[in-house]
Design a protein around this ligand. Structure first.
Ligand code: SAH
Ligand code: SF4
Ligand code: F3S
Length: 438
């Protein structure tokens, strides 16, 4: 029996791809292992969104050289966005790699492995000519939640972002294929799914037949067993009122909305090629808050985009205070070669970026805490996910709004159960609660 080990970096799209790689490997007899030292196949499913992501992977690839020296038959495969970005250069930087497999080609993993075994030569497939997404089965890691990719690629070309370059143009999966997968998941006992796309609000537009994200949301409503449908990521440009109406009327769409703004300055948003203004964004959000009951809103923000002045940054801080996000994922702008922003003038010094990031986090943390405090002394339904990594006596779960709640372990609980929990104490990142007996 041959064993495999997968390291997954980057976003949920990669997690979903890893589960699809696992399924294919297990179909030909590979078994998963926790011991990278003795694995016969090691896959690094990589991310290229920021330089730090790539540095991490190169570090790991370097460490694997030792294993390859010990075991000449070990196969090392690099998949994902960094494989797509760097292509054959990966072999130059690290000749001990065997396979470079791009983002459109994970359905070919087994053939590539066979070729390596037959020829003992480097194998590469970074073609990006898919026009239809391959329907690949997954081996879900969880027992009650699963990732469901609804599209791949991105047509937006934000000037800082590598994703459109490494994932290609938007290709949507047909509504029927998604409904079928979700129905099967529901029948198998899965309760929570997350619909994945770089920009879910442009889902279906490539069919040019009137299908959009709202169509999909409606089609997924009421599938037996599916209690919660998460979705990410939303983009303010393509999010329409009719989609928000669909989110509002759905019985299983969650109350969490992740709506990245990136900057609070219209000048910077324009340089980022985001295609909306702060005013439009706020209007949209107001409609969401009116339409989706108890919506919990989170965002992404980049600090230190080229040309960002103190005034631009002050506008971002002000935006946080105006909007009051439940949480903001904050990033220091990272130069990605090949993107327009990489060659823009007025790159912001690292030190300035770091100071801005800290300021942003300080403002946001206070708001997050305030909003979490409003949850205290109220009861929320959570789905039990399992023991907390830090404290074995505590378990955790999430609310529909994606708030993490910790509570004392209780023998009557099992992973995947939906239970009401009374929030006793809120912190910035988590809440502590007590399970209510029904
Ligand atoms: N498609 C999604 C998210 C893509 S990547 C969207 O449009 O929101 C996730 C986040 O990484 C982005 O929202 C952005 O905030 C950040 N990001 C992308 N490229 C970056 C870069 N070059 N430097 C820093 N952060 C970046
Ligand atoms: Fe990147 Fe912009 Fe596409 Fe998101 S919408 S993946 S940030 S190009
Ligand atoms: Fe990274 Fe690719 Fe996702 S670049 S963030 S893994 S789409």
């Amino acid at each position: 029996m041959k064993s495999y080990y997968i390291y997954t970096y980057g976003c949920q799209m990669n997690t979903a791809d890893s589960e699809r790689l696992s399924h294919q490997l297990e179909m030909v007899g590979y078994i998963p292992t926790e011991e990278v030292e003795t694995a016969d196949l090691i896959i690094l499913n990589t991310c290229a969104v920021r330089e730090t992501a790539e540095t991490k992977v190169f570090g790991r690839i370097g460490e694997l050289k030792r294993l390859k020296q010990k075991n000449k038959d070990l196969i090392i495969a690099i998949t994902g966005c960094m494989a797509q970005k760097n292509q054959a250069d990966m072999f130059k930087r690290a000749p001990h790699i065997d396979i470079v497999l791009g983002t459109h080609n994970i359905q070919h993993i087994n053939e590539m492995i066979d070729e390596v075994q037959r020829t003992h030569q480097h194998q590469i497939n970074v073609d990006m000519d898919n026009t239809v997404l391959p329907e690949l089965k997954a081996k879900p890691n969880g027992t009650f939640f699963a990732w469901v990719p609804i599209m791949n690629g991105c047509n937006k070309f934000c000037t800082y972002c590598i994703v459109p370059h490494v994932r290609g143009r938007e290709i949507s999966r047909p509504v029927e294929a998604i409904v079928k997968e979700v129905t099967e998941l529901g029948a198998k006992g899965f309760k929570e799914i997350t619909l994945l796309g770089q920009n879910v609000n442009s889902y279906g537009l490539d069919f040019k037949n009137g299908t959009d994200f709202g169509t999909l949301v409606d089609a997924l409503d009421g599938i037996p067993g599916i209690e919660r449908i998460r979705y990410m990521t939303s983009h303010p440009q393509d999010m329409t009122k009719s989609m928000i109406d669909a989110l509002g009327r759905s019985s299983n769409i969650v109350t969490h909305l992740h709506l990245p703004i990136q900057s609070g300055s219209n000048r910077i948003l324009q340089k980022m090629n985001r295609h909306y203004t702060v005013e439009h964004y706020k209007e949209l959000l107001e409609y969401c808050r009116k339409t989706i009951k108890d919506v919990v809103v989170t965002t992404d923000i980049i600090v230190g985009f080229p040309g960002e002045t103190d005034d631009d940054f002050a506008e971002t801080l002000q935006l946080l205070k105006d909007v009051r996000y439940d949480m903001a994922y904050t990033f220091i702008y990272s130069k990605r070669s090949g993107t327009p922003a990489a060659t823009m003038d007025e790159q912001v010094p690292e030190e300035v970026k770091r100071v801005r990031l800290q300021q942003l986090m300080d403002v946001q943390n206070e708001i997050s805490l305030d909003l979490n405090k409003e949850m205290e002394n109220h009861v929320f339904d959570i789905i039990v996910e399992g023991p907390s990594a830090k404290d074995e006596t505590m378990w955790f779960g999430r609310t529909s709004g994606n708030k993490m709640v910790l509570f004392p372990k209780d023998e009557s609980l099992a992973v995947g159960m939906t239970v009401p929990v009374y929030i006793d104490k809120a912190q910035t990142w988590v809440c502590y609660g007590t399970i209510q007996k029904r």
